[in-house]
Design a protein around this ligand. Structure first.
Ligand SMILES: Cc1ncc(COP(=O)(O)O)c(C=O)c1O
Length: 346
C-alpha cells in the first residue's frame, strides 16, 4: 500500500510553511504582492497563487534591475522595456507608472540593503487554469528584492568562457518580450553548466551571433570597433545599450573607431581583440575563450577594464540614470543611507 497523503487544513498548511527554512531563502529580502496588498519580508510568505496564469502558462512579463548605493540604476529604461513587453503580451497594467515606482522604492526600503537586485513581475493574474487570459479578472504585480551577489573575483581577473548554443533562438517578436517563458534561456544556462563553460550564446538561423541566456555580448575588433549583435532579433539589454552610450566620448576622441550594432558571426568574435558580456547583474565581464578558442591573448584586456570602470562609475554617480530610493522622509535601515545628492532618474 502506498503512503497515505494527508489532506491539510489551511492552518496545517501554514504550520508546514512555517517549518520551511531553506538555505537559499537567506538572499530573499522583501516581496510586494498586489494579491496580498502589501510587502512581506519573510521568504516563507513569498508565494504566488498557482492559478495565476504566470505560474501555469508563463503568462507574464518581468524585469530585473539593480539598486546601487541606494539608487535604482536605469529604472526608467527598465520600466520602458517592461511597458513594451506588457504591450506585446497585451497585459493590463495593475498600477500606473508612478505607483509602480513608489512600490519598488517601498519594497527596496523594506528589504534594507542599499545594494540589491529588484525583480518586477506583471502577471495575467489568478483566474483558472486554461490558456484563456479572459478568465483572469485582474493582472497582478509582484516585486521581489534579493541580495545582489557579487561577481567572483576570478571571473574578473581570469575572465569567463563562452560557447555557441545549440538551443533554437526565439523568433524576434518573442525575443523582444521579456516574458516569463524563459525555457530556451533556462536550457542555455543548463547547456553552459553541463559543458563546463560560464555562458552560451545563441546563433540565429542565418548564422549570426545573438545573445546569452540573460546577457548580451559584444566585441572590440582589432581595428578598434566596439560592435554588438543587432537588436532586431534579441532582447535589447539596458546594460549594453548604456555601454554604447558611455563609450561615445572614446569614439569622439578617436580611441575607438565606432560603437554600434552589427551583424556579427562567431568568426568575428574568434578574431576579435576582446569580447565581453553585458547584463544587469555583472555588469561587464571579459570573455577569454569562445568555442574553445582564446580571444585576444586569452586574458582580460584593457578595453574590458575601461568599459567596466565606466559602467561601475555610471551606476555610482551617472547623471540622470539613478533614482534615489531613500529621501529625507525615509531613513535607511541602520542610518547609513543615501544622501549623496545625486539626480534622480528621468
Ligand atoms: C535574454 C536576455 N538578453 C539580454 C539581457 C540583458 O539585459 P539587461 O542588460 O537589461 O540586463 C537579459 C537580461 O535580463 C536577457 O534576459
Amino acid at each position: 500500500m502506498g503512503q497515505e497523503v494527508p489532506v491539510l487544513s489551511f492552518d496545517a498548511v501554514v504550520d508546514r510553511l512555517l517549518q520551511k527554512n531553506e538555505p537559499y531563502h537567506e538572499g530573499y529580502l522583501a516581496m510586494y504582492s498586489s494579491w496580498y496588498g502589501g510587502i512581506c519580508t519573510d521568504p516563507r510568505a513569498m508565494l504566488i497563487p498557482i492559478d495565476d496564469h504566470l505560474v501555469h502558462r508563463g503568462d507574464g512579463v518581468f524585469e530585473a534591475l539593480s539598486c546601487v548605493d541606494g539608487h535604482l540604476y536605469l529604472l526608467d529604461r527598465h520600466l520602458d522595456r517592461l511597458t513594451r513587453s506588457a504591450d506585446i503580451a497585451q497585459l493590463m497594467w495593475p498600477v500606473d507608472r508612478q505607483r509602480l515606482i513608489d512600490l519598488v522604492k517601498a519594497t527596496v526600503r523594506a528589504a534594507g540593503p542599499k545594494d540589491c537586485l529588484v525583480r518586477l513581475y506583471v502577471s495575467r493574474g489568478p483566474g483558472g487554469f486554461s490558456t484563456d487570459p479572459y478568465e483572469c479578472p485582474a493582472s497582478q504585480l509582484y516585486i521581489v528584492v534579493t541580495r545582489l551577489k557579487s561577481v567572483p573575483e576570478e571571473k574578473l581577473s581570469r575572465g569567463v568562457t563562452l560557447k555557441s548554443s545549440r538551443i533554437p533562438i526565439k523568433k524576434s517578436y518573442f525575443a523582444n518580450v521579456k516574458s516569463c517563458n524563459y525555457l530556451p534561456n533556462v536550457l542555455m544556462t543548463k547547456e553552459a553548466r553541463d559543458a563546463g563553460v560560464d555562458f552560451t550564446v545563441s546563433i540565429d538561423d542565418d548564422g549570426f551571433l545573438g545573445e546569452g541566456a540573460t546577457e548580451n555580448v559584444g566585441i572590440v575588433t582589432r581595428d578598434g570597433r566596439f560592435l554588438v549583435p543587432r537588436f532586431d532579433r534579441i532582447l535589447q539589454g539596458t546594460t549594453v545599450t548604456r555601454m554604447l552610450e558611455l563609450v561615445q566620448p572614446l569614439v569622439h576622441a578617436g580611441e575607438l573607431v565606432e560603437a554600434s550594432e552589427a551583424a556579427l558571426r562567431p568568426e568575428d568574435a574568434y578574431n576579435a581583440a576582446e569580447m565581453m558580456i553585458f547584463g544587469t547583474t555583472y555588469p561587464v565581464l571579459p570573455v577569454v575563450a569562445y568555442d574553445g578558442r582564446p580571444i585576444g591573448n586569452g586574458s582580460p584586456g584593457p578595453w574590458f577594464r575601461r568599459f567596466r570602470s565606466l559602467m561601475l562609475e555610471d551606476a555610482r554617480s551617472g547623471h540622470g540614470v539613478r533614482t534615489p530610493v531613500w529621501d529625507d522622509a525615509h531613513e535607511p535601515r541602520g542610518g547609513n543611507g543615501t544622501t549623496s545628492g545625486q539626480e534622480g532618474g528621468r
